[in-house]
Ligand binder design. Sequence first.
Ligand code: G3P
Ligand code: CA
Length: 250
Amino acid sequence: MTTTIETGPTRDEIQAHRGASAVAPENTIAAFRAAAEQGARWVELDVALLADGTLVVIHDDSVDRTTSGSGSLGALGLADVAALDAGSWFDGKFAGERLPTLAETIRALGEFGLSANVEIKQHRHHKSLDQLVRAVQADIRTRAPQTRIMISSFDPEALKAMRRLEPELEIALLYERPPEDWEAQLAAIPATTLHVHYKALCIGFLEETARRGIKVRAWTCNDPADLASFWRAGLTGVITDNPAIFLDRL
Ligand code: G3P
Ligand code: CA
């Protein structure tokens, strides 16, 4: 009889994707609270600028899908989004949940004892990369001492700019599927972490990245069985809508 010895991520390597977005509306304070209640230590969240320069926590470039309102972020200011309901679309019990600013989210994370992977979204309405990264810097600098921050993005230029502003932070380059020149792209930032779609992972790639001292986290995986063969090959962590399914196995 053969026995499979399972390995998996540590608690510090399980990130709640857009908060615990399987059980609460994504990228809201309710989703971050739910992640903390499940026992997560990290959340992943998306940030983008409104027309007035306020950084908000939202995945899309418009409020249409995840709030009661409509319109592009580039045509809305904080006063426009303040009254929107960002919870009812998910479940009526979240009615009244607001679209949070990054500043208020950072405060809430301190209260919940959470750390954050801040994904910088690059949208067409963003006029200035410098404005975007400086706004991120200003907000993350208000974090509580116990709140750890890392930065991720699909945009290497945003990551290079953040590296210059905040040299000590962990920075992760995001890929749906790593291209041939992933190592050169990472070195140009410079960074040593990749976040890769879990379906693009294979054991050979993970053994290679592990040999080169590169961390790799898988997104967005909601079934531990999909990653079972990857931990021994060197997978570092997971980004999941439902951290409980990984946390329950610790
Ligand atoms: O952090 C990885 C993942 O969040 C990237 O995809 O579309 O969910 O922001 P998306
Ligand atoms: Ca994201």
